[in-house]
Design a protein around this ligand. Structure first.
Ligand SMILES: Nc1nc2c([nH]c(=O)n2[C@@H]2O[C@H](COP(=O)(O)OP(=O)(O)OP(=O)(O)O)[C@@H](O)[C@H]2O)c(=O)[nH]1
Length: 317
């Protein structure tokens, strides 16, 4: 690993559903590739101040430090250089951007950003941009038929757009039926991205799903990414070793917990917000905090460097 870590402030500026990107001048490190505007944090400077300065210098746009919120932090070793990308987003910016250093700048939809056009460290940023701040997980119901009833009632109320269909209490056939009825396009579920729970066979059965969420017992069987790139891969993690494995097999995001004590896993000791924060800081992957978290915890969890919260109790009624 290169000796010193360079602290880089990276700005994700959103406007009208698009995000500002720039092309790195050819002569710079990772030159020719696309990037999010930003640059090195000067000694004694806050990351917000560095972003306000860099964005103004590079693009002419005015942004406000207090309107920035953390998106993700990524430590990455390029071999010749070791960077900590401190990525913050804002929905408020003033002016029309121009490439003040001669670089191309443009607005693009997040879903059109392609990993290979960016430096390798940016992969988790692109995932973070395309994922919401909440990840709804289905809970228990009184009978197999009730799973769908609760889902149809609760999901439109919560407004969540990323949902894991998790129901380990159901038999294989019952879960299959629950998934089939949930993912069938309808008014109540328009725009929802469905994650299926278990092994890869579920994506073969329901190829229109957004992706697969592997419990740790499944994820640990793999040495490489088990699903096609057009799907999202999520892994349930509980410690640093599991996070490393999830990254090795190409997870697009993970859940990490339990952060606080939770009724669904009463015998598991919670890690607490401080340990959670430390694990997130060391993890170059999108993380959703899980376990005993409600909507009121979302800001604290985001401030820990995570994408947001995942859970059952905050929405499943
Ligand atoms: N700004 C920016 N830098 C990135 C991104 N992804 C990424 O790996 N980097 C790396 O972070 C470092 C940022 O350095 P920089 O060259 O933009 O910073 P700067 O303008 O302050 O540098 P300079 O003093 O060399 O001109 C580079 O090594 C760059 O390759 C990104 O999306 N945006």
């Amino acid at each position: 690993m290169s000796a010193t870590m360079i602290h880089v402030a990276v700005g994700v500026i959103r406007r009208n559903g698009r995000v500002l990107i720039a092309r790195r001048p050819d002569h710079l490190h990772q030159g020719g590739l696309l990037e999010f505007p930003g640059g090195k944090v000067e000694p004694g400077e806050s990351v917000q101040a560095a972003l306000v300065r860099e964005i103004r210098e590079e693009t002419g746009l005015g942004i406000v430090g207090s309107e920035l919120r953390p998106l993700i932090g990524i430590r990455h070793d390029y071999g010749d250089k070791c960077v900590f990308l401190d990525v913050w987003e804002t929905f408020i910016s003033e002016g029309e951007p121009e490439g003040r250093e001669g670089q191309l700048v443009e607005w693009r939809e997040p879903s059109k950003l392609v990993d290979r056009d960016f430096p390798a460290a940016n992969r988790p940023i692109i995932r973070a941009l395309n994922l919401p701040r909440r990840y709804a997980i289905t809970g228990k119901a009184h009978s197999p038929a009730d799973y769908l009833k609760v889902l149809k009632k609760s999901l439109p109320v919560s407004g969540d757009r990323l949902c894991l269909l998790r129901a380990p209490e159901l038999s294989h056939e019952q879960y299959q039926q629950f998934v089939a009825e949930s993912v069938r396009p309808d008014d109540w579920n328009r725009g929802v991205q469905w994650m299926l729970h278990g092994d890869e066979s579920w994506l073969q059965a329901f190829p229109d799903s957004a992706g697969l969420h592997m419990p740790w017992r499944e994820a640990q069987k793999h040495r490489a990414r088990p699903v096609d790139d057009r799907y999202l891969l999520a892994v349930s993690c509980h410690n640093e070793q599991e996070i490393r494995h999830a990254i090795r097999i190409g997870a697009d995001f993970i859940t990490l917990g339990p952060v606080k004590s939770t009724d669904s896993h009463p015998d598991t000791e919670p890690m607490g917000p401080e340990t959670f924060r430390q694990m997130v800081a060391g993890a170059p992957v999108v993380v959703f905090g899980l376990g005993g978290l409600g909507a009121e915890d979302q800001n604290e969890i985001v401030a820990c460097g995570a994408q947001g919260i995942a859970g059952i109790s905050y929405w499943w009624r």
